[in-house]
Design a protein around this ligand. Sequence first.
Ligand code: C6P
Length: 386
Amino acid sequence: MERIYLDNNATTIVDPMVKQAMEPYWCDKYGNPNSLHSFGTEVHPDLRVAMNRLYQGLGAAEDDDILITSCATESNNAVLKGVYFDLIKNGEKNHIVTTTVEHPCVANTCRFLEQQGVKVTYLPVNQDARVEAEAVRRAITEKTALVSVMWANNETGVVFPVREIAQACRERGVLFHTDAVQAVGKVRVDLRAVPADFLSISAHKFHGPKGVGALFVRRGLKLPPLLHGGEQMSGKRAGTLNVAGIVGMGLAMELANDSLEFEDREVRRLRDKLEDGLARLADVMVVGRRELRVPNTLFISVRGVEGEALLWDLNKYGIAASTGSACASESLEANPIITAIGAGAELSHTGIRLSLSRFTTEAEIDAAIRTFTQAVGRLRAISASY
Ligand code: C6P
């Protein structure tokens, strides 16, 4: 059976060019870049190229920091806990503003910080599954140390007004962090246009390898390290550098940015075709207006069909999708997005996320529409609530 991968917001296939670029660093150029001998120093030029690609790709300035991390979960923890230790713990400020729809690595870190006495405001999304910049503006107080709002939501693909939010934070002298994990490679992520103070990314979401991410820190800002240890990254993030990962992430970033026009045209066309095909089914609801979403994502609720049941049925016929975050796949709680847009309890377990990539083909989309339609027919036939 041919398998069709429509879960690219969970992770992506490594671009073959990225895989090839990483190859030399396992058995040939395997030195530790912090070693003084030639095995260590011979990788320095390659790391410089990779880092330049990241700086260019994100529109960062030379004197900004881009710290290499193990993933976006680490980057997000480093920002939230770093701001806590730097500004909140022994300072005047004690407030963080975020949203109800952040990834668990932000949401659960905020809950942990609440246990340390931090006040956290969780802003809800509107009917478009979007956080409003004005709501962020209103939530900021004299006590606010940090605003953390994602660039694009991982479940719905809805892009948040990060530019306006960044400006509002600037005006009020509040730090702004954005989790751009689901934006890179889908829309232009340019720190010259969006003056964020901190930004997190994860390579495996844009056809790079797993186990490597980055954290942008704007020049002049200091963030106590999450990982203490050696002097790597000037002591700002200790641990031996993941050379193959950094090389892979750098190239993946360049390729992702080079593909943005294709993403906006071709991936969007296929996503819209899938959406139109599924929207022909009765009683389905797509979350978030099309023009507000990144080009690759579709989150659809099918009345009378449990998301989990649909997922398993699709999987049986070779289609890989998800009911939301891959890391919340074992949770039986109502989907927070469906709850947040006020769609009603009867729809809270009915969401399915389908996410494409530049490697998705038209034939796969045609097959997915057929399989999905048949799966819904089968499940509705045995549904007690439909
Ligand atoms: N979201 C999803 O299925 P890591 O696992 O650290 O590389 O990335 C975490 C992360 C952080 N922020 C956002 C917005 C994300 O989407 C993710 C990963 C996957 O939606 C896996 S849970």
